[in-house]
Design a protein around this ligand. Structure first.
Ligand code: PRP
Ligand code: URA
Ligand code: MG
Length: 207
């Protein structure tokens, strides 16, 4: 699996704000929005473009646009904090939704919402979720996408654990990862260390 770590100094500074336990919900959401813009920039860097004619106030020239805009899929709840900025960066992108919550005992994902186009054949899909921990939620989300014909999937995550990366690699799914950090690993509660805590709670308060 191709994994790209966005380690730009401004991205690292925003991630530090998100890691800091003193950062309140509003400041956490603001840092996540800004960091999402950087992750999306890098994720879309090699996307195919097409040219078209455009008239400036001075002359006719050639313009550029995305040849095949992606579908954005935030994974609720935590991925919700990434979707506004991602859609602002890629205004032509459509948005689908998946809801997943990890069982606190087993750490297995439980799917509670699936709102996606019937066919994803030929459409690049960007899954937005700040956390890739065991990889269970991402794997389950990707299964839903592949079942609809997706063959070009990008996981956009703020923090990834080596265990989650290994799980995605083992799955054999057509996915690449763009992240701001590969952290040390998981603790006994399957939380990422050092991580940033529960990304849903830190944006919206406890469930
Ligand atoms: O890789 P995994 O081990 O599956 O863990 C990652 C998942 O955990 C978090 O969601 P959570 O289940 O806490 O739901 P929430 O977004 O509603 O808080 C996170 O946003 C991921 O979806
Ligand atoms: O560290 C973690 C692991 C799973 N989900 C989170 O929100 N944080
Ligand atoms: Mg959570």
């Amino acid at each position: 699996m191709r994994t790209q770590v966005v380690d730009h100094p401004l991205a690292s500074a925003l991630l530090t704000t998100m890691r800091d336990e003193r950062t309140d919900n509003a400041a956490f959401r603001a840092a996540l929005r800004e960091l999402t813009q950087m992750l999306i920039y890098e994720a879309i860097r090699d996307a195919p473009t097409e040219e078209f004619d455009v008239q400036t106030p001075v002359a006719r020239t050639r313009g550029v646009r995305l040849a095949n805009p992606p579908l954005l899929v935030p994974v609720l709840r935590a991925g919700l904090g990434m979707v506004d900025q991602a859609s602002a960066s890629i205004p032509q992108a459509r948005v689908g939704f998946v809801g997943m919550a990890r069982d606190e005992e087993t750490h297995e994902p439980v799917s509670y919402l699936e709102s996606l186009p019937d066919s994803l054949a030929g459409i690049p899909v960007y899954v937005l979720d700040p956390m890739l921990a065991t990889g269970g939620s991402m794997r389950c989300t990707i299964e839903l996408l592949v079942a609809r014909g997706a063959t070009d999937i990008t996981a956009v995550c703020v923090v990834a654990a080596p265990e989650g990366i290994a799980a995605l690699e083992k799955s054999g799914f057509p996915v690449r990862l763009v992240t701001a950090s590969i952290d040390d690993g998981l603790n006994d509660a399957a939380f990422i260390v050092p991580g940033l805590g529960d990304a849903g709670d830190r944006q919206f308060g406890p469930r």
